[in-house]
Unconditional design. Structure first.
Length: 176
């Protein structure tokens, strides 16, 4: 099959002579000669066909993950994507313009409102939206409630989160 102008341009920009050169690092015994798919499939039929073809494989998400430091499989409820993609949270402005923050400010307001309603509290700090700052806030809150000046954290807490909590604790003279 002849290469398109786009493919030829891509190879030229990558300083490659052929598609074969592009894939030369992949051992020949594991390469496949394209996907055997019927012509003219609808999107849903193509998705079903590809899902069926991939069924024997084990995805990375089904394997143990030993990365640590907060990098692990998270359950993200379907509602999160739906809410995050609402038009009032997204702007067409480039990131250097202050208007881009409007979507984030709206998200934080909605989060605080929901958490206040859920917990029955009058006020909810928006820094609890993030795991590290939530831990720091928890350190300060437990200090205020208990009056103690010493705080313990599990070894399982990531080093990055511990550093944030220590920073919060240092300002309140809480020992580690």
């Amino acid at each position: 099959m002849p290469l398109s102008e786009c493919s030829l341009e891509m190879l030229r920009l990558m300083k490659l002579k052929s598609v074969e050169e592009l894939f030369e690092d992949i051992p020949k015994d594991v390469r496949v000669d394209g996907l055997r798919l019927p012509d003219g499939l609808s999107e849903i039929d193509l998705r079903r066909e590809l899902t069926s073809m991939m069924a024997p494989n084990r995805p990375a998400s089904s394997m143990p993950n030993f990365l640590g430091a907060g990098i692990y499989n998270h359950f993200i409820p379907a509602a999160v994507r739906t809410i995050a993609l609402r038009s009032e949270f997204i702007t067409s402005y480039t990131p250097y313009q202050p208007e881009i923050s409007q979507g984030m400010l709206q998200s934080l307001f909605e989060y605080q409102s929901f958490m206040a309603e859920l917990t029955g509290m009058d006020v909810v700090n928006s820094s609890m939206y993030d795991a590290s700052t939530a831990l720091g806030e928890a350190v300060l809150m437990s200090h205020r409630i208990s009056g103690g000046d010493r705080f313990l954290l599990s070894r399982a807490v990531s080093p990055e989160k511990k550093m944030v909590a220590r920073t919060y604790a240092k300002g309140a003279d809480i020992r580690w």
